[in-house]
Design a protein around this ligand. Structure first.
Ligand code: HSE
Length: 319
């Protein structure tokens, strides 16, 4: 690195932002990141926090002169090297995250996000902006939190991926597991909400939008050109107890010709044993056959791991 300190600006200090903040300081010594610091936090509830105390980040420190500045202006004015964008997901416009990401790249900052909206809806323009500004844009946390998923591609150079499928939504997998055990849909959904698994709007999970965003992101990375709106999508509202008992899962699938999310019986496959909130992804490759990865797909610490992985990769590449 040209300069001594590598500074991080966090935008969005909800569950993911707080999880990243805590995990960063927990792992900082282990990862030998003494010259990396979280220098700013911007959040709609807490304002603009400068030089947050690692042990107590929340005292409000917004300068009076900044109170009329927009988040994108604050991002542009910041001297951070990296912006971690952790605001809420929006599958219609991808805002406000899209503007935050673009402001960061345009002002010469690398970006890490866990937000699926901008990546699923505007992958091409974000990657092009990153390329023009010679910055890195990383989004591991958008698919299966910190559990390896599309990052497998970096480990198998030359392998051709023929198709991808998986269980990419923990909430629906949890609900289907409960239905199989005899619960009805509504009480299983309520339990998932109580446990904090469901998205703010549970229809994002139940009707397959979350899984559709994830399979779109993977398809974009593989150059298959499917758009979010192309995903043939059926959620789990009409899965019967009998179907759940036979091993029906909400499966996301893509190859170069098709992309879908729909309840599918997987009784003859390892996916039938992926239960509760666990996720799984299978790549069908020309050199290794089928590769399956199983692990958590959500959670505060689990998603923070994804952002830490992206941070470490950015430091490795940009140093
Ligand atoms: N609501 C999502 C899930 C969270 O249940 O998998 C992670 O995208």
């Amino acid at each position: 690195m040209a300069k001594n300190k590598f500074k991080i600006l966090i935008v969005g200090f909800g569950t993911v932002g707080k999880g990243f903040f805590d995990l960063f300081y927990e792992k900082r010594d282990l990862l030998k990141l003494g010259n990396v610091e979280i220098s700013e936090i911007i959040d709609s509830a807490y304002g603009h926090i400068i030089d947050p105390n690692p042990k107590d980040p929340l005292p409000l420190k917004t300068a009076a002169s900044e109170q009329n500045l927009s988040v994108t202006e604050l991002i542009k004015n910041s001297d951070a090297d990296l912006v971690c964008e952790f605001t809420w997901v929006n599958y219609t416009t991808a805002e406000p995250a899209l503007s935050h990401i673009m402001a960061a790249l345009h002002s010469g900052k690398h970006v890490v996000t866990t937000n699926k909206g901008p990546v699923a809806l505007h992958f091409g323009s974000i990657m092009e902006t990153a390329r023009i500004h010679e910055r890195l844009f990383k989004f591991k946390g958008t698919v299966m939190s910190g559990t390896p998923s599309f990052d497998l591609m970096d480990l198998i150079p030359g392998a051709k991926i023929k198709s991808v499928r998986g269980i990419m939504n923990g909430t629906t997998n949890f609900i289907l597991s409960r239905i199989r055990e005899g619960k009805d849909f509504d009480s299983a959904l309520k339990e998932a909400q109580k446990l904090g698994y469901a998205e703010n709007d549970p229809t994002n999970d139940i009707d397959g939008l979350d899984a559709a965003a994830k399979i779109t992101i993977i398809s974009k990375l593989l150059g298959w050109g499917h758009e979010f709106g192309d995903v043939e999508r059926t959620g789990i509202r009409n899965v019967s107890t009998e179907e759940a008992k036979r091993g029906t899962k909400l499966i996301a699938y893509a190859d170069k010709d098709k992309i879908y999310v729909k309840p599918t019986e997987v009784s003859d496959d390892i996916l039938k044993d992926v239960n509760g909130t666990d996720n799984a992804i299978q790549f069908d490759t020309d050199t290794l056959g089928r590769i399956t990865m199983i692990g958590p797909g959500a959670g505060k610490r689990e998603t923070a791991q994804a952002a830490i992985s992206d941070l470490v990769n950015i430091l490795r590449i940009s140093r």
